[in-house]
Design a protein around this ligand. Structure first.
Ligand SMILES: [Zn+2]
Length: 114
């Protein structure tokens, strides 16, 4: 079962990769991600699904376990570094929530409620 928390993380990552690809690759002639970003996106979703911390997870950037493969990790970091500062302007609520989630630590028990 997917929690709001996980759905939000997936949405944030999706929006960020989308923003990065649209601005940095191929000028988005067609809707959707380029092949490279599609692969990166699918991989990121898979990592979130497999995350051992589940509900208690911090955001990936703040996680002690670096579960990404090396090359994909470099790519996702590049995309996040590009999209991060732009998130505040275009998706302020999502960006805020993401920052809040980043303050979680894996030692802490999952918070109840929303
Ligand atoms: Zn792309």
């Amino acid at each position: 079962m997917e929690s709001r928390r996980i759905r939000r993380e997936k949405k944030t990552v999706t929006v960020m990769i989308d923003m990065y690809c649209r601005d940095q690759h191929n000028g988005r002639v067609e809707p959707g991600l380029c092949d490279e970003c599609r692969e990166l996106h699918d991989y990121a979703m898979q990592r979130i699904d497999k995350c051992p911390f589940c509900l208690a997870k911090p955001t990936c950037a703040n996680c002690p376990v670096h579960c990404y493969k090396k090359d994909l990790r470099a790519r996702v970091r590049e995309a996040m570094a590009y999209a991060g500062p732009r998130m505040m302007r275009r998706h302020p609520i999502l960006a805020m929530m993401h920052i809040m989630d980043g303050f979680r630590t894996v030692e802490a028990p999952a918070r109840r409620g929303k």
